[in-house]
Ligand binder design. Structure first.
Ligand SMILES: O=C(O)CCC(=O)C(=O)O
Length: 280
């Protein structure tokens, strides 16, 4: 085992186990996190969307280069592949997010539900910390957590996520040596759980196969998320979702009044959840 390889936990591990190892190493692999039947359903729902994908065109050359021009990405999963809601509302995922993000806010929301399908020939992403999306915050606690789940078997040659275990404790200017970077090999259904302050990147795909993964990122409730779920998910779809999913998609009033903060996200000076309450 490479000296810096990440620990692996079994499918039946607890949120506490995930939290504990992530505190130590910055990330951990949970084998068999997504059950086979759910994985098959989700992959089937994704097929037509990946088949009709039009390529990377964000409108920004810098963004396209970061996202990868040989990578198909999908947002708006609650409408494109509704099984995503079951993955998103996994109790251990939410407990992990709530515990890691508790020092920076009382509630959490979805940062991104993103399929990342890396094609053969794609180059590696630059190593980065997800928290750097909000670099002006100069945060000393993670602002988000992320998961990269394998939707099919992922090897390092296919572009398995590269991570730098322990780098969540490093000063921002420290760069890793080559032997401190490890590629995550994930059997289908297994997932990498990590904190927003861990250095990581999508790997180069030097194989002949697609590397299909799902990133489910959760950030603290007062941040502007990477994914614009208000535009991606029509309101009638939101109305049909479980209460927890609505909250995670940003439809609950953010209330930090008990911890000296304020309120965010009013709809007509009310809690947006009220417009759904008659249907719950
Ligand atoms: O695809 C991966 O393994 C990681 C992707 C990532 O870190 C990103 O797109 O920011």
């Amino acid at each position: 085992m490479n000296k810096s390889e990440l620990q692996r936990l079994p499918a039946e591990c607890s949120a506490g186990d995930i939290i504990e190892v992530c505190e130590l190493d910055g990330g951990v692999i949970v084998d068999g996190w997504i059950q086979p039947a759910l994985l098959t359903k989700f992959n089937t729902e994704l097929e037509p969307w990946l088949d009709s994908h039009k390529g990377t065109n964000s409108g920004s050359r810098a963004s396209d280069s970061f996202l990868g021009t040989q990578t198909r990405r999908l947002h708006g999963l609650a409408v494109k592949a509704p099984s995503f809601i079951k993955i998103l509302t996994d109790e251990r995922l939410i407990a992990f997010a709530e515990e890691v993000l508790r020092p920076v806010g009382p509630t959490v929301i979805l940062n991104n539900g993103e399929v990342i399908d890396i094609s053969p020939g794609e180059s590696a992403q630059p190593l980065h910390r997800d928290d750097d999306a909000w670099n002006f915050a100069n945060a000393t606690n993670p602002l988000m957590i992320n998961t990269i789940a394998a939707l099919e078997n992922i090897t390092s040659e296919m572009g398995g996520t590269m991570v730098v275990p322990g780098s969540h404790r490093w000063p921002s200017e420290r760069s890793p040596n080559q032997d401190e970077i490890v590629a995550c090999e994930l059997p289908a259904g297994s997932a990498l759980f990590f904190r927003g302050d861990l250095l990581h990147a999508g790997g180069a795909n030097v194989s002949q196969k697609q590397r299909r993964a799902l990133s489910t990122g959760i950030c603290c409730g007062w941040l502007r998320p990477v994914e614009n779920s208000y535009m991606n998910i029509p309101i009638d779809v939101i109305a049909s979702l479980p209460k927890r999913a609505k909250e995670l998609l940003g439809y609950a009033l953010y209330d930090a009044s008990k911890v000296g903060g304020g309120f965010l996200g009013y709809h007509d000076l009310g809690d947006p959840m009220q417009i759904f309450s008659s249907k719950e």
